[in-house]
Design a binder for this molecule. Structure first.
Ligand code: 13P
Length: 251
């Protein structure tokens, strides 16, 4: 499976800036995209159409959504359904990003509902997991990861095809802080996730496990080379085409 290099733009960018960045990114990477890479852009909802016009139809470039509500349609003011996302060309969506868990109050159970529903509606899901600093200090990293995986994947079919699901390990203390997890911490967490996945899905060896948390052009190559690291999920450094293209092409 190709390494997935994903940009999470979070709540940044208005139309002109977003479309321009997507265009610049395409120009900077299209010709020399390594054969083992897939690029995923996850803009805010307001830019799905604009970025889609640049990305859709390009092999190895895909469009994703940061969030969705687990219903096909209905009276859910302010929410967006997987059906509407697919209609705009989204093939991926995030579930359980730490900012949604900790700022918007999403529970493990609700995240699990979303994972199941999004998959059923045909989106490929990236389930985000990761511990907070207090949990790491108390030695609870594996406990937290296990709980988030068990509840997040509770409704997933055991024989799910591996390209339909990815896990992003994003230690909360490394998000937006400039403090990247060390290689040993990353490998330990990813290896734990890989082994834990065996309980829920048959093709656990092929499910991609991405790392996220202060990934930058100068550390991306090293992180991507680690055992059980099958991609990266990038926040801040994905907002500029120049830095994100360096991550996409990082050796
Ligand atoms: P940063 O790359 O800004 O640390 O954000 C990581 C992240 O949350 C990606 O989803």
């Amino acid at each position: 499976m190709k390494k997935l290099i994903a940009a999470n733009w979070k709540m940044f960018k208005t139309w002109n800036d977003g479309v321009q960045t997507a265009r610049e990114l395409m120009v900077a990477t299209r010709q020399n995209l390594p054969a083992d890479r897939e690029v995923l852009l996850i803009p805010p909802f307001t830019l799905l159409k604009g970025v889609g016009e640049v990305f859709l139809g390009e092999e190895n470039y895909s469009l994703g959504a940061q969030n969705f509500y687990p219903a096909g349609e209905g009276a859910y003011t302010g929410e967006i359904s997987p059906v509407q996302l697919k209609d705009l060309g989204c093939s991926y969506a995030l579930a359980g990003h730490s900012e949604r868990r900790h700022i918007l109050g999403e529970s493990d159970e609700f995240v699990g509902e979303k994972v199941q529903f999004g998959l059923e509606k045909g989106l490929n899901i990236i389930l985000c997991v990761g511990e907070q600093i207090e949990e790491r200090k108390k030695g609870q990293v594996e406990e937290v990861l296990h709980r988030q995986l068990a509840k997040g994947l509770a409704g997933v079919e055991k024989d799910i095809q591996p390209h339909r699901l990815a896990i992003a390990y994003e230690p909360v203390w490394a998000i937006g802080t400039g403090e990247v997890a060390g290689p040993e911490e990353i490998v330990q967490a990813h290896t734990f996730i890989r082994n834990d996945l065996a309980q829920y899905v048959n093709f656990y060896e092929e499910i991609r496990i991405l790392y996220g948390g202060s990934v930058k052009p100068d550390n991306a190559g090293q992180i991507l080379a680690l055992d059980n690291v099958d991609g990266v999920l990038v926040g801040g450094a994905s907002l500029k085409a120049e830095s994100f293209s360096q991550i996409v092409l990082a050796e």
